[in-house]
Design a protein around this ligand. Structure first.
Ligand code: SF4
Length: 347
């Protein structure tokens, strides 16, 4: 919520905020004066307040798949990137709405400095507010309104480490769950492994039961430290203990932990790394593994060869893990994993 909106609503009844919040999720409504449940006076007062906290700066559409990336300008001139990914329907139903996943950012830039990630290379600028996070959803929702599509999946895998912006991310998720048909297991929060925030999730009674995915990328201390400088050596002891408590808290059968593994040629993709990864994954309990082919962001890192990715997939499946090779979307518009880079001049 912008400050001026907060100020204007200060003397109003509490339900006014809920009315405004709900109206902002209706893509047919374009400004405050169209909210018929508000009094005429209040609509007049809100006239000068921007409807969304983000404004489209650049829209890029992939030529190879149904992916779009939006660079959104924030009120202070900084930018945040968000990606829309269309999913192929298994069965073509006439006039059926297309289904979309959106990838949202939680920070401008990122302090974690992962060597494979364009955002990390640029450093941290600031946290996004809950409103700025939700407005990435609203932006696509409004854009899709004229395109006959529906967002049914939200992943916090854009720019930034969501668990370093815990309160705003949590608030954004709560508002999304309250005002959309998206269920908690259709929202995935991806983290590099901020142990203090992961602990907090276990004891936070208000934390929504969304899915958590750990960006692991190696189960070997030296390797993980090399590609993820934020890695702490006790993380591999911490993770199974934390996961056990997590599974106790979110005990539903549909609730599993994601393990993300970006396969990098000659860095983390040999037999030793595979063996150690299997050992760790088997201690984490209900997991689903995502193998991610690497999209180069410059520098010396290269993605693993296709046969290596297939080999990892085979061995992990044979070892009893549900494993997916993530199909990378939007590579030609720098929208794939690790490619969001805030390539605007002011960042
Ligand atoms: S991969 Fe995620 S945590 Fe690492 S630098 Fe990039 S945005 Fe930050």
């Amino acid at each position: 919520m912008t400050e001026s909106l907060e100020k204007i609503l200060a003397g109003e009844k509490k339900y006014r905020l809920k009315q405004i919040e709900a109206a902002k999720f209706d893509p047919r409504i374009n400004n405050f004066s169209e909210i018929s449940t508000l009094s005429k006076e209040l609509r007049e007062k809100l006239k000068s307040v921007p409807w969304l906290s983000v404004k489209l700066a650049v829209l890029q559409e992939s030529r190879i798949d149904n992916t779009k990336k939006a660079i959104l300008e924030l009120s202070d001139g900084m930018v945040a990137e968000t990606v829309l990914m269309g999913r192929k329907m298994k069965k073509k139903i006439k006039n059926a709405e297309e289904r979309y996943t959106i990838c949202v950012s939680s920070q401008v830039g990122c302090a974690m400095g992962c060597s494979f990630c364009a955002t990390g290379i640029g450093g941290f600028k600031r946290n996004l507010s809950a409103e700025e996070i939700i407005d990435q959803f609203r932006f696509w929702q409004r854009w899709l309104c004229v395109k006959n599509g529906k967002i049914d999946n939200v992943v916090f895998m854009g720019q930034g480490e969501p668990l370093l912006n815990y309160d705003e991310v949590k608030q954004a998720i709560i508002i999304l769950l309250k005002n959309t048909e998206i269920g908690p297991t259709k929202i995935t929060l991806s983290t590099a492994g901020i142990m203090s925030s992961m602990e907090k999730i276990l004891t936070d009674i208000d934390f929504p039961p969304v899915r958590v995915a750990i960006s692991l990328h190696s189960a070997v201390n030296e390797t993980r430290k090399k590609i993820m400088p934020s890695h702490q050596n006790n993380f591999f002891e911490f993770l199974p203990i934390w996961a056990k408590k997590y599974h106790e808290k979110f005990s539903s059968r549909t609730h599993f932990l994601g393990l993300e593994y970006l396969l990098l040629d000659s860095i983390n993709d040999d037999e030793k790394h595979l063996k150690v990864f299997i050992k760790l994954a088997s201690k984490v309990g209900r997991v689903r593994i995502n193998l991610i082919p690497y999209n180069a962001v410059g520098g010396s890192l290269r993605g693993s060869k296709e046969e290596v990715i297939k080999h990892w997939h085979n061995i992990l499946m044979k070892s009893g893990f549900t494993t997916t090779i993530r199909h990378s979307q939007g590579a030609d518009i720098d929208a794939a994993c690790g490619q969001l880079a805030n390539k605007m001049a002011n960042c």
